[in-house]
Design a protein around this ligand. Structure first.
Ligand code: ADP
Ligand code: ZN
Length: 604
């Protein structure tokens, strides 16, 4: 529901009040006439009264008004002779009634209005709280896609091979939980899918349900965060109840970060509702037994903001990355989606894939769709290559994509940056091996060279540390050597290199001048400016010495990286052109390039 304007609500209230008043008066007209007690007594005497019910605060009955029988009511008076009078005047039936009538009748006539008023107050509270949703109902909106409905299988999901493999176990389990259990398989309660928007996380989850032939319930984290405290939590409860009732089945929560955000993140205190919802989610996850055959899959593109409680063992203990599609994957995704449209056989999806670096699965589906639309608009029998090219431009021009996809010039810079890392790594004896080089954007990073071991404790020698810093500067060095310019793309490298150099001097005692003294309080405290200054007991001279030692390490390493790249400029250029063509290079391909061999790919 979208935000409602207060006048809209006012309109509804007026309408409701008018209807209520009309109904009330209509009912009174039809039902009863109020008569005076004196008239009532008179009518008894006239013999017009029948069927009287006497309650402490009201008398009701029927009377004959010149031939038509009407209902009447009147307010009783202290009249001990009433029964005698009725007996004497042949009132057919009369009976007494217990007290409390007034309350009941009040409730009947005013009840709806009171309920409405309460509802209104509740609604206004929500509006004041931010006006996101004026009305909310605690029922989970989880949509059920029954086993029959989920016809999507892994065949419909192109690429994502690693994710599919990891999900295979879940499918086996959902197919026959009892059997799986007997074989002693241990199954995660929750699976977290990480990936940028449109990479096919929802599709994968649906395909898991489809492969296993179980119902699929999907909901979104944003639905769990309501304006009313408690509503989100009850929706979570509801989702799990639905799951238990339909087990074995799969529950899917999209955008889990909406609820699962780190509880203390953000300035200005917590968000009560979200916190309650998150707690409820944790309670439900802890409370249900996987034996029941319910698996929870959640998706997010912001793993960094998730509350650590969610990823603890026994909760979302399996995390699967759904990466942006590679060149090969993109061709496959285009293949899946173009099955349903007519294409000329001149259309080469491989070329389309090459022209769409950085596109997500959803973007590619969009490209195919746009191409078909363009062909139809031009009254063509089938889509041709020109339609596809125009479709790419259209999708590229879409507002959401612009910032994500790098232009040609930028791609070249990224390629040089990543190649710089790779070549420096290859030329240094103690550097970690290069697994992969890629210019496909991944999360915040524009490219990727290899996984840098995060834990500093694995360092053993000074040479290794220096080599690692040199490799970190490989990207920046390449930019300087080739373009004689610096970009912001190296900021993460620089911060890592600085951290490492600082550790070398202040923690690992790797500087001869400073000596083996631990001067660092630990990098954990680098938060909110807590380590703005190092230990105050350090002398100014020592501080200066530390700074100059750190700077020396950094300067030396950057210079070394530049020298390596200048000496290997040919290799650098070759790697860049291969990267621009293939986007991702494997370890073997990197080796071949370093050896100066050709990879033998057909250029487009
Ligand atoms: P996410 O949940 O990751 O944001 P979706 O699963 O909703 O992405 O993907 C949106 C659409 O993009 C899908 O419905 C599908 O048409 C297309 N798509 C995404 N990834 C793939 C893929 N790997 N194979 C085929 N189609 C895909
Ligand atoms: Zn880098």
């Amino acid at each position: 529901m979208k935000q409602k304007n207060p006048w809209f609500i006012f309109f509804w209230i007026s309408l409701f009040v008018i209807i209520f008043m009309l109904m009330n008066s209509a009912r009174q007209k039809n039902e009863e006439v109020e008569i005076k007690y004196s008239q009532f007594k008179q009518e008894i005497k006239n013999g017009n009264i029948a069927n009287v019910t006497v309650a402490p605060d009201i008398i009701k009955g029927e009377f004959n008004d010149n031939g038509t029988v009407k209902k009447f009511k009147t307010t009783p008076m202290d009249d001990p002779n009433l029964v005698k009078d009725m007996e004497e005047n042949n009132v057919k039936t009369f009976s007494g009634s217990q007290g409390g009538k007034l309350f009941t009748s009040l409730l009947i006539s005013w009840g709806p209005l009171i309920i409405f008023m309460l509802f209104f107050i509740w609604m206004m509270r929500g509006m004041a709280g931010g006006g996101k949703q004026a009305m909310a109902f605690s029922k989970s909106k989880a949509k059920l896609a029954g086993a029959g409905n989920t016809k999507i299988t892994f065949k419909d999901v192109a690429g994502c091979d690693e994710a599919k493999e990891e999900l295979q176990e879940i499918i086996e389990f959902l197919k026959d939980p009892a059997k799986f259990k007997k074989l002693g398989g241990k199954i995660p309660k929750g699976v977290l899918l990480f990936g940028s928007p449109g990479t096919g996380k929802t599709l994968l989850a649906k395909a898991v349900a489809g492969e296993a032939g179980v119902p699929f319930f999907s909901s979104s984290g944003s639905e769990f965060v309501e304006m009313f405290v408690g509503v989100g939590a009850s929706r979570v409860r509801d989702l799990f109840d639905q799951g238990r009732k339909n087990a074995p089945c799969l529950l899917f929560v999209d955008e889990i970060d909406a609820v699962g955000r780190h509880r203390f993140a953000g300035i200005g205190g917590g968000h009560d509702e979200r916190e309650q919802t998150l707690n409820q989610l944790l309670v439900e996850m802890d409370g249900f037994d996987t034996k029941e055959g319910v698996i929870l899959i959640a998706a997010t593109n912001r793993p960094d903001v998730l509350d650590p409680a969610l990823t603890r063992p026994g909760r979302f203990d399996r995390q699967i990355i759904v990466p942006n599609p590679t060149l090969k994957d993109r061709e496959a995704i285009l293949g899946v989606h173009s099955k349903n449209i007519k294409m000329e056989n001149t259309v080469n999806l491989g070329i389309v894939a090459k022209r769409t670096p950085g596109f997500s699965g959803a973007d590619l589906a969009n490209v195919v769709n746009e191409a078909a639309l363009l062909a139809a608009r031009l009254n063509q029998e089938a889509a041709n290559m020109k339609n596809f090219e125009d479709a790419i431009d259209r999708v590229l021009a879409g507002p959401a994509r612009k910032s994500m996809i790098s232009g040609k010039e930028e791609l070249k810079r990224i390629a040089y940056h990543e190649s710089g890392h790779a070549i420096v790594a290859k030329k240094l004896p103690k550097a970690d091996p290069v697994h992969k080089v890629s210019i496909i954007p991944r999360g915040q990073a524009l490219g990727l060279t290899w996984q840098i071991p995060e834990d500093d404790k694995h360092l053993t020698s000074k040479e290794e540390a220096l080599d690692r810093i040199t490799v970190l500067f490989g990207g920046r060095a390449a930019e300087q050597v080739v373009f004689d310019e610096m970009t912001t793309g190296a900021s993460n490298d620089i911060s890592q290199a600085t951290k490492l150099a600082t550790h070398m001097v202040t923690t690992f005692g790797m500087s001869d001048k400073v000596g083996p003294i631990s001067l660092d309080k630990g990098s954990e405290e680098i938060f909110l400016g807590k380590d703005i200054s190092r230990d105050s007991h350090l002398s100014e001279k020592m501080s200066e010495l530390i700074d100059s030692e750190i700077k020396k390490i950094i300067d030396d390493c950057l210079k070394k990286a530049k020298d390596i790249l200048k000496k290997n400029r040919k290799t650098l250029d070759a790697m860049v052109s291969y990267l621009l063509e293939k986007e991702t290079l494997s370890a073997e391909e990197v080796d071949l390039i370093i050896e100066g061999k050709s990879l033998g790919t057909a250029a487009v």
